[in-house]
Design a protein around this ligand. Structure first.
Ligand SMILES: C[S@@+](CC[C@H](N)C(=O)[O-])C[C@H]1O[C@@H](n2cnc3c(N)ncnc32)[C@H](O)[C@@H]1O
Length: 263
């Protein structure tokens, strides 16, 4: 038996019957410790590539308020608070939070699909809003981005990272013996076991680059910067198995998104 975290979107039903936020919450509560353990390994791609690139794009956070949606245990926010961020709030459905967050960091168990009803967010605005590998859990991606957009302070931006969709296409093409393009453009959802805990599988709606870009513009956001971060020379030498993985699956996409001016 394995557990499936299902994610539906506006147009397609997830394949599993376990598709309510409550189910995702339970599955992530189970998965979260394994995820954090994997993330803290010295050769994790999060440590080697993702967080350094995300951190770089955030720039100086001194005096900036930050909201992290799908914040995991809140470790990244804790780093930002130590570097001068103020009024930092993390929301995660799993509730698997740091035992002793630094002063100024508030961690709230909540659903990014229901931002209006997350206690502690009402009426607040933030200079930086983060979706770091969590946007894939939005059931209505455009609605979630619109809700986040309304919480942006003047001159604020959203930092959003997603797994490169080519990764899922490569995996499915290998599993199904199909062509890469066939899988990349397939509208079927994709269920896969994570490397963090073999007992738990995730179901994701698939997407192409144009799906993502169109979601951003439908939510009234424009892309200021997009990057596809890679391992440093030093990390390639020290962790060739990670470079092999990156060569095959490409890694993640990171977008810095700003609100389009109102008409
Ligand atoms: C891949 S982890 C990323 C964690 C963290 N942002 C990071 O960069 O390390 C995805 C996170 O999204 C959270 N999540 C999944 N569904 C969610 C939902 N509906 N609302 C809030 N958080 C959710 C999970 O609990 C998990 O912590």
């Amino acid at each position: 038996m394995f557990c499936v975290v299902a994610v539906a979107d506006d147009s397609r039903e997830a394949t599993s019957s376990l598709n309510s936020p409550g189910d995702a919450s339970q599955a992530w509560a189970d998965l979260a410790p394994d995820y954090e353990r994997a993330r803290s390994r010295e050769d994790s791609l999060d440590r080697l590539v993702e967080w350094p690139a995300q951190r770089d794009l955030l720039g100086d956070v001194t005096g900036r308020s930050v909201l992290d949606l799908g914040c995991g245990n809140g470790g990244k926010l804790a780093d930002l608070v130590r570097e001068g961020a103020t009024a930092a709030v993390g929301v995660d459905v799993s509730g698997n939070f740091l035992g002793a967050p630094p002063p100024g960091l508030e961690l709230i168990q909540g659903d990014l699909n229901e931002l209006d009803s997350v206690a502690g967010l009402a009426g607040r605005t933030f200079d930086r809003i983060l979706f770091l590998q969590s946007f894939g859990y939005a059931k209505h991606p455009v609605r979630t981005l619109q809700a986040a957009r309304t919480m942006l302070a003047d001159d604020g931006f959203i930092l959003l990272t997603r797994t490169h969709p080519i990764r899922y296409a490569v995996e499915r093409a290998e599993q199904n013996g199909t062509a890469l393009g066939e899988e990349y453009y397939s509208k079927d959802s994709y269920t896969y076991r994570t490397g963090w805990n073999e007992q738990i599988a995730l179901t994701k709606r698939t997407y192409t680059i144009s799906d993502l870009v169109n979601e951003f513009s439908a939510a009234g956001l424009w892309i200021e910067t997009a990057i596809e971060p890679q391992l440093s020379e030093d990390a390639r030498r020290r962790y060739p198995h990670k470079q092999e993985w990156m060569n095959k699956y490409l890694g993640i996409l990171i977008f810095k998104l700003r609100p389009l001016p109102a008409d």
